[in-house]
Design a protein around this ligand. Structure first.
Ligand code: C2O
Ligand code: CU
Ligand code: CU
Length: 581
């Protein structure tokens, strides 16, 4: 069987992958990538004379080196920022971290950000969670080359919330984020300010990431196809860019702004003394009332606002935030090989991570370092959220389908790999509407689209066709482990895994989650960790699970991406555009 590779693409990968990709082992993968198409080259947006910013920032992407482990510094890619105009608290560096500074904005502010690309690859920055015009959203079609500058200008329309800035480079999002390009955005507003929540040193960003280092303290990224299919997992947990993160606290209440900045790793966060985790907010800001959970799930791209009260704890006492055991997020076969919970430990193994997904390990620790008088008390009422109902949607009987296709070479959405300007009828959304949407696993034993309407059946057929084509392409002669013949008869069932599905544009509300009966055991190990009732932009969809949500598409026309926030999946093409028109 012959595999041909587009020579410019090969060069592109050879350069950008810097020898990380084992070419010989990956014919099927390369083949699958051929479908991803290229991006148009669009002139970068320039400063507009009619836009009068309240805040202006220079944001520079550049290679750098930071000490992380004892010994050699680690080569990273890094955001650096300079405040040109605006309040002094707009930028807060995280000392000693490769992470970009925390950007703090106020609802209503007019913001200009000048992105400077000093990398050897193209790049683009996306404001994950922000409701901005399509041209300001960091779509890869706007990515800029080395030495170029892109000017973002937008008004902050979001309510108080924690968001993320990170690259969205075509095929390179995962690698860029992994090597260090990411930072937190905190938005404040009046509703939040009235609560007088812990602030200043008592409001702590907690960015959780996992990384894999070689013997010279350099980052190792994707080594083989498995790292793409399952996602890439490091064996060390970093918080705010530091290993073995410990926070010295005073005996009072804190506000932890937690963000999963890992490319693929999913956490099940719980305090080691089994005291409840008090959640006051999700991706899209404060909940209406606090909720206490034994544990909370946090998938890549998701955020949690956690209230942690250390009053009454003795000086010197310790508390550890752990990730607890769970199962079901990886395909069954892989879970066994990676030594995930419930399937016996194989430690690292040939393909596994020394820190298996779903095993129990510490994430960070707290030490009560000083006694102080009373801090603020937890408010009972946090915010007001207008709940959407089916009656608010334009399509109560015909949800916009987001079918997760899990194939041997192809993690896809709606049966298609990402391609620019490849909009399905169901992906055209009238502007200023509120849409019912449904995310489901489209392949295999987990059931196809529900019995709702004809539109989904159309999708089902499309997926069938796609699968057939995949079989033709990869079956038979391809004898790799991921080759067609192993999967052929089984559909996507064996490949079913959890996907954090993220949508650009406005936040959404989750209407319902249902899961196939067959999934109940694994599902039981995670289900109490989902937070209902808040605004979200990323939702973890478990194997066999069907999630219905309601999302507004207001104000802006244009292309808004939706994709898996397992960034290895995103880079494989598990991404699509909605065309809001
Ligand atoms: Cu956080 Cu489209 O990404
Ligand atoms: Cu986003
Ligand atoms: Cu995924």
């Amino acid at each position: 069987m012959k595999h041909t590779t587009n020579p410019s693409r090969r060069r592109f990968f050879a350069q950008t992958g810097a020898g990380l990709l084992a070419w010989a082992g990956l014919p099927g993968w390369l083949h699958a990538m051929e479908g991803m198409g290229d991006m148009p080259k669009i002139k970068p947006h320039k400063t507009s004379p009619h836009f009068h910013p309240d805040v202006e920032i220079d944001l520079i992407c550049k290679p750098s080196a930071v000490p992380i482990l004892p010994g050699q510094p680690t080569r990273v890619l890094q955001y650096a920022a300079k405040l040109i105009k605006g309040p002094a608290n707009t930028l807060t560096e995280i000392a000693g971290s490769y992470l970009g500074p925390v950007l703090r904005f106020e609802k209503g502010q007019k913001i200009r950000i000048n992105l400077h690309n000093q990398l050897d690859t193209p790049t683009i920055t996306h404001w994950h969670g922000l409701h901005v015009p399509a041209e300001m959203d960091g779509h890869p079609m706007y990515q800029i080359g080395k030495g170029e500058i892109l000017v973002y200008e937008f008004e902050m329309l979001n309510r108080a919330s924690m968001n993320i800035y990170h690259p969205h480079t075509h095929n390179l999002t995962g690698e860029h984020v992994y090597r260090g390009l990411a930072g937190a955005i905190l938005v404040n507003d009046l509703e939040e300010r009235k609560l007088e929540l812990p602030s200043g040193e008592y409001e702590v960003p907690i960015v959780i990431q996992d990384r894999l280092f070689d013997d010279n303290n350099q980052l190792i990224y994707v080594r083989h196809m498995r790292d793409r299919m399952m996602g890439f997992y490091g064996d060390r947990i970093l918080v705010n860019g530091r290993p073995d993160f410990q926070l010295d606290v005073a005996s009072r209440a804190y506000r932890f702004r937690v963000l999963n900045g890992s490319t693929a790793r999913i956490y099940k966060l719980a305090w080691d003394d089994n005291s409840p985790v008090t959640v006051i907010g999700t991706d899209g800001g404060l909940l209406e009332t606090p909720v206490n959970k034994a544990y909370v799930m946090l998938a890549p791209g998701e955020r949690l606002d956690i209230w942690a009260d250390f009053s009454g704890r003795k000086v010197g006492s310790q508390l550890v935030m752990r990730s607890r055991e769970f199962s079901g997020v990886l395909p069954m076969m892989a879970e066994r090989m990676m030594g995930g919970a419930g399937h016996g430990r194989m430690g690292g193994g040939m393909h596994g991570s020394a820190l298996p997904v779903g095993s129990d390990y510490p994430v960070f620790s707290i030490k009560v370092a000083r006694q102080v008088g009373d801090g603020p008390a937890l408010p009972n009422k946090l915010s007001t959220i207008k709940r959407y109902t089916l009656g608010d949607t334009a399509n109560p009987n015909k949800p916009v389908p987001i079918g997760i296709s899990e194939g041997p070479m192809a993690m896809q959405l709606n049966g298609r790999p990402y391609a620019f300007n490849d909009i399905l009828p169901s992906e055209r959304i009238p502007v200023n509407t509120v849409q019912l949407m449904e995310i489901f696993h489209a392949h295999g034993s987990h059931g196809g689209p529900g019995k709702h309407d004809g539109a989904e059946q159309g999708h089902g057929m499309q997926q069938g066709g796609m699968r057939h084509r995949m079989g033709m392409k990869h079956g038979g002669g391809d004898n790799t482990e991921q080759g067609g013949h192993r999967m052929g008869g089984m559909g996507g069932g064996m490949m079913a895994m959890a996907h954090p599905i993220h949508m650009h544009g406005q936040y959404f509300q989750i209407l319902s989650r249902t899961v196939n009966a067959g999934e109940s055991e694994a599902y039981a190990s995670v289900k109490d960790g989902f937070i209902e009732g808040g605004w979200k932009d990323t939702v973890l969809v478990m194997p066999g699970e069907r999630v219905r949500l309601i999302k507004p598409f207001e104000d802006f026309k244009g292309l808004f991406m939706y994709h898996c926030h397992n960034l290895e999946h995103e880079d494989m093409g598990m991404m699509r555009d909605f065309s809001v028109e």
